[in-house]
Design a protein around this ligand. Structure first.
Ligand SMILES: [Zn+2]
Length: 281
């Protein structure tokens, strides 16, 4: 599933390659992914010019002046730019014709969304209006993170909750929690300020490293090139039984709510190590 790094990359690729280009046609093979009837979607989008694109959680926002196109790749998929005359892929849900003859195709592996909204309707778009803060934003500080870590919910479940923090999914959560030294089932409100700061740093490091490597290796960029963030880049994720890079303890796979987690049981204890050694009054 594409997470923040992949969406960040796709948005910046679209911004770089398509800003200033006008949409002259729209074709839909699967109207279920749209928020409007296909003919209305087409009538509305044709003639609009792409001004810029940016990421927000697991969504790519494309600014079309009067409107905004919102793209969510669901469990994964490809957004591909095809030069004039280049063949389209066999499988796709939608494609747009651009004025210079190029085409932008969208293929979801398993449900995704293509929503077109008037600019003033963005604030009430149910699927994006409630997204939490962006962990890579310049104004996302340890204090911003602390303000989201309320309640006794498990820290991992909270990290995956898009209304608390936007963009993190299961895959990147394993190494984020490992680097922060946090057990995924620790209650969110049990973290002290040092642990919040470690989590804040780990989130930014892991996500930025994945961006720098072009995202997960099973996702491709606008030109079909695969990312380079693979198992060799991960420290404990998907490494059950292998030694922890810090202490050598075997990595354990455990159930974390609806998902599985990978942890080093020595580096990520469920109980805070300081709890038992607190000085007596
Ligand atoms: Zn360890």
């Amino acid at each position: 599933m594409p997470e923040l790094p992949e969406i960040w990359l796709r948005a910046h690729e679209i911004d770089h390659a398509l800003s200033g280009r006008t949409i002259v046609g729209a074709h839909f093979a699967q109207p279920k992914c749209l928020n409007l009837p296909p003919d209305l979607f087409e009538r509305t989008i044709v003639g609009l010019t792409i001004r810029r694109a940016w990421p927000r959680g697991k969504w790519v926002f494309v600014d079309l002046q009067s409107h905004c196109l919102l793209l969510n790749l669901g469990m994964g998929g490809e957004v591909l730019l095809h030069a004039h005359g280049q063949a389209l892929p066999d499988k796709l849900q939608a494609y747009l014709d651009l004025l210079d003859g190029a085409k932008l195709s969208v293929h979801f592996w398993w449900f995704g969304y293509l929503h077109l909204l008037a600019r003033d309707a963005l604030a009430t778009h149910k699927m994006t209006a409630g997204l939490g803060p962006d962990p890579l934003a310049a104004d996302f500080t340890p204090l911003t993170l602390a303000s989201q870590l309320t309640g006794r919910r498990a820290i991992k479940s909270l990290l995956l909750d898009q209304t608390r923090i936007a963009g993190i999914g299961n895959m990147y959560s394993h190494d984020i929690l490992y680097r922060a030294g946090l057990h995924p089932l620790r209650p969110a409100n049990s973290l002290d300020s040092g642990e919040v700061e470690a989590l804040w740093r780990a989130m930014r490091e892991v996500l930025q490293e994945a961006i720098d490597l072009g995202g997960a290796h099973w996702e491709v960029d606008l030109h079909g090139r695969a990312g380079r963030y693979d198992l060799t880049c991960m420290q404990v994720a998907y490494k059950e039984g292998q030694p922890c890079p810090k202490c050598g303890t075997a990595v354990v796979k455990l159930k974390t709510g609806a998902t599985a987690g990978f942890i080093c049981p020595a580096c990520q204890p469920l109980e805070r190590p300081t709890d038992s050694s607190s000085p007596s009054p």
